[in-house]
Write a protein that binds this ligand. Structure first.
Ligand code: MG
Length: 159
């Protein structure tokens, strides 16, 4: 049975933080605030996979009150989502995601992000789609107050 899940996440931009998207450290004047490495793209992908499985979301599995996840690389969250899919006899078919960021330009980093997400999930990178768009200077993304990401996952699960 093919199941789909959706994930959405936002993190606030702040000075003095690294900008990590899809596991890639991207040079920029500000980075994303959060308990973990605040990789908004990996968080959205993680929730999409968990959603397809009908499992609790990232905030429930990895609470930001737990010191274990302080500055944690978000790859570990994806690895856990993939482990849960495999434990159910499932196979992650594909991922598609969009990052909403006014700046910086993400195009040069997309290939590395796809490879990182694919590796963390144990799938081929041609099964991972990642796009980036600006928000046409509108809203909190447009004012560069934060970066958002949205993702869908398709998982083939035994009935
Ligand atoms: Mg998050």
């Amino acid at each position: 049975m093919i199941r789909v899940g959706i994930g959405y996440d936002v993190h606030r931009l702040a000075q003095g933080r690294k900008l990590i998207l899809g596991g890639v450290e991207i040079p920029h004047a500000a980075g994303l605030e959060g308990h973990s490495d605040a990789d908004v793209l990996m968080h959205a992908v993680c929730d999409a996979v968990l959603g397809a499985l009908g499992e609790p979301d990232i905030g429930q599995l990895f609470p930001n009150t737990d010191p274990r996840w302080k500055n944690a690389p978000s790859r570990v969250f994806l690895e856990e989502a993939a482990r849960r899919a495999a434990a159910r006899g499932g196979r992650i078919v594909n991922i598609d995601a969009t990052v909403l960021a006014e700046a910086p330009r993400l195009a040069p980093h997309i290939a590395a992000m796809r490879a990182n997400v694919a590796t963390a999930l144990g799938i081929r990178s041609d099964c991972v789609g990642i796009k980036a768009t600006t928000n046409e200077r509108l809203g909190f993304v447009g004012r560069q107050e934060g970066i958002a990401a949205i993702a869908v996952a398709s998982v083939d699960l035994p009935e």
